[in-house]
Ligand binder design. Structure first.
Ligand code: URA
Length: 236
C-alpha cells in the first residue's frame, strides 16, 4: 500500500515524522537509488527500496525475482553442511538476499526462480495456483504407450496419486528416450520417481520452463530479471 514517505520512515522507527521531513529535505533519503527531496511523495515500501544515509530501512527492500538456469551440482538451499555449491552463490550483482522458490535436485538443471519476495514464493508453492513446470527427461529404455498413459493419468507415489501430467516423446536413441513432461505438483524427486515407478530410470533431467517462463538461451549459471508482467503471467 502506498504511504507518504515521511510516514513510512516514522513507522519503520527511523525517527519522528517531522524529523523524517528534515531528512528528506536534506537529501538523505533515497528511493530505489534516487534522492527524493520532494515532500509528500507516496510510495509502496514493499515494492521499493528506501534508504536513509545509504542504509535500507526496516521492511523496505525492493522485491526482486530472477529466473536462474541452475547448473547440475548446485543445491537449492541457503547453506549446505556438506559444503556443496549453493545456488545463491550464483547471484552476483544483487545486494538483496534471494532464496530459491521450491527446489531442484542436486543433479537436476534448469529453470529456478530466486526471489526475496516471501509472499510471492508462498503463493507459487501453493498447489491452488497449479503453476505448470515443464521438464525435459531422458530415461533408460523405450517406454510403452500404456505406461505413458498411466503416468499421465496419475500413479501412486507414497500412497497418493499424482495429479494428471502431460507427456510427449521427443526423441529415441538405441538405449534411451527423451521426453517432455508437464506437471504442476512439486513433490520430492517427483519426475525421477514417476519414471522409476514404471521401470525407466531417469538419466538426465532439466526444467525447461516454470509456468510460461522458458529458459530460452540462458546459459547454465546465468539468470534474468523478471518483470511484473512475467510474474503476473504465472498466475493466469
Ligand atoms: N522432479 C525431480 O525428480 N527432480 C527435480 O529436481 C524436479 C522435479
Amino acid at each position: 500500500m502506498e504511504e507518504r514517505l515521511q510516514k513510512i520512515l516514522a513507522q519503520a522507527g527511523v525517527c519522528s515524522r517531522r524529523a523524517a521531513e528534515e531528512l528528506i529535505r536534506q537529501g538523505r533519503v533515497k528511493v530505489d537509488g534516487t534522492i527524493v527531496t520532494e515532500m509528500g511523495v507516496k510510495i509502496d515500501p514493499n515494492r521499493h527500496r528506501i534508504t536513509v544515509n545509504g542504509r535500507p530501512i526496516q521492511g523496505s527492500e525492493k522485491k526482486i525475482t530472477v529466473l536462474l538456469n541452475k547448473p547440475k551440482g548446485f543445491v537449492t538451499t541457503m547453506s549446505d553442511p556438506q559444503g556443496r555449491p549453493i545456488v545463491s552463490s550464483l547471484i552476483k550483482d544483487i545486494d538483496e538476499r534471494l532464496f530459491p522458490v521450491g527446489r531442484l535436485d542436486l543433479d537436476t538443471e534448469g529453470a529456478l526462480l530466486m526471489t526475496n519476495d516471501g509472499e510471492l514464493a508462498q503463493k507459487l508453492l501453493h498447489p491452488k495456483f497449479e503453476v505448470n513446470k515443464t521438464y525435459q527427461v531422458t530415461i533408460l529404455g523405450h517406454i510403452e504407450p500404456q505406461k505413458i498413459q498411466a503416468l499421465e493419468q496419475g500413479i501412486d507415489l507414497d500412497g497418493r496419486q499424482t495429479w494428471p501430467a502431460k507427456i510427449s516423446v521427443r526423441e529415441k536413441s538405441e538405449k534411451t528416450t527423451s521426453l517432455h513432461i508437464i506437471i504442476h505438483e512439486g513433490r520430492k524427486r517427483q519426475v525421477r520417481r514417476m519414471f522409476e515407478a514404471v521401470g525407466h530410470p531417469v538419466i538426465h533431467l532439466k526444467r525447461l520452463a516454470y509456468g510460461n517462463l522458458r529458459l530460452g538461451n540462458l546459459s547454465p549459471g546465468k539468470y534474468r530479471f523478471l518483470s511484473p508482467k512475467d510474474l503476473a503471467s504465472l498466475f493466469r
